[in-house]
Design a protein around this ligand. Structure first.
Ligand code: SF4
Length: 412
């Protein structure tokens, strides 16, 4: 069924920056070339067994999931692999990552997950290095899923927001029952000796109402190799929770700084925290592949359960239809997407930044923040992040801590 754009009185993707205003021809004339995609988020199931109240797929502006088939068919999956293989061959891409995603990807069941993982290895491995992952809410994680993941080397990321109280504030099922106990049971299976290597980490969406140290320590207790803290999605038109657009308050920086100090000053290394590692790497002159910090090109495409190619999913939090790309009549949609302003805008680094970001002293580290958080219904995506005040405060704090740690002893 053809999806119908939901009209919220907001501009379509064609009427605001970058679709309107980004000079693609000029960029190319000056020698800029797009980079091929290397990361593919494959929506193998479009529904979820939880109903988290902040979910950008189900609870925000874009409701296009209603028109998507529930499950990606094997035929559509094979066609998607063909499209990726063709793109990889054309650009001689040395390595790609495929992440099975949803909705909740494990709703496809054991047999389909095995089919998808095996097919991905068989089709892509002869032409490139393949890393496979699945991002799950953990509720259905059982030994059989993990045996399949072990057989095909599929890394497992689990979404969890902290301790039971913190997690279950938002991550509940449709009956209103919290998911913590079921997720913790799933993670316990991941700690079996034969599966532990598959544990990629925990993904925690920040709620500033949750105590930061208790949240961090509850996650560390589950022994993840890495934690990703996510800022909840919001933008200048629809601000994030606990944050008025443009306000000087920094509730998210305050929360993250408390966690940072607990993590950085810990006497034993406990886990990696990606958001902090990325900021430190960038402060020290490194380059990181991150959607939230820095200016590195984003090379990620999303494939929906009907096989449609889309932009990163989080854009669904901005406005209805924000992820949509034109459907080409002929040719490889991935190759053709590289001509789209919406894709190009995420690969041109500082050239996509607002004037305010270009003048910002932490521009190289911050990179304007997550693209999704820059959106304003008035002018699209060429704005500071709605989290600007938080980002600059957090980066400054980490910079001061790192400088102090690097200072030779006795040098004050
Ligand atoms: S801190 Fe604010 S002004 Fe500076 S780069 Fe980030 S979003 Fe832009």
């Amino acid at each position: 069924m053809e999806s119908t754009p939901v009209s919220l009185g907001l501009p379509s993707i064609r009427e605001s920056w970058p679709a309107a205003g980004l000079d693609v021809d000029g960029l190319r004339h000056r020698g800029w070339e797009p980079l091929p995609f290397t990361e593919f988020v494959i929506k193998i199931h479009s529904r979820c067994n939880l109903a988290c109240d902040y979910c950008y797929v189900y609870e925000m502006a874009d409701q296009s999931w209603r028109d998507q088939p529930k499950t990606m068919s094997r035929k559509v999956f094979d066609e998607a692999l063909g499209m990726i293989a063709d793109h990889v061959r054309r650009f001689r891409t040395p390595a790609v990552t495929l992440v099975f995603h949803g909705g909740e990807p494990l709703l496809v069941g054991h047999r389909d997950l095995e089919y998808f993982a095996r097919a991905a290895r068989e089709i892509l491995e002869p032409i490139t290095t393949v890393r496979l992952g699945v991002q799950t809410n953990g509720v259905l994680l059982d030994p059989e899923f993990l045996r399949i993941c072990a057989r095909w080397n599929v890394y497992v990321g689990v979404s969890l927001d902290g301790d039971e109280t913190g997690n279950d504030r938002h991550r509940r099922d449709r009956r209103g029952i919290g998911s913590y106990a079921r997720v913790a049971a799933g993670i316990a299976h991941l700690h079996a000796d034969e599966h532990r290597r598959l544990f990629a980490g925990l993904l925690c969406t920040i709620d500033v109402a949750n105590d930061p140290v208790r949240t961090y320590e509850a996650l560390v207790e589950l022994r993840p190799p890495a934690i990703d803290f996510l800022l909840p999605h919001g933008n200048w038109t629809t601000p994030p929770p606990a944050k008025a657009a443009g306000s000087a308050g920094t509730p998210y920086a305050d929360w993250l700084i408390t966690v940072f100090d607990r993590w950085f000053l810990s006497t034993e290394p406990e886990t990696r925290v990606r958001i902090f590692d990325d900021i430190i790497d960038l402060l020290l002159g490194g380059s990181v592949s991150s959607e939230t910090f820095g200016l590195a090109p984003v090379r990620l495409a999303v494939i929906e359960t009907d096989g449609t190619l889309e932009q990163v999913d989080e854009l669904k939090s901005a406005f209805a239809g924000a992820t949509r790309l034109p459907v080409p009549e002929a040719g490889n949609p991935l190759d053709l997407a590289l001509r789209e302003p919406a894709i190009i805008a995420r690969q041109i680094g500082a050239a996509a930044l607002s004037d305010a970001c270009l003048e910002c002293p932490v521009q190289i580290v911050c990179g304007g923040g997550h693209y999704v958080h820059r959106y304003s219904a008035g002018n699209g995506f060429r704005n500071r992040s709605v989290y600007c005040a938080d980002l600059i405060t957090l980066i400054r704090h980490i910079e001061a801590r790192v400088r102090a740690a690097l200072r030779p002893a006795g040098d004050h």
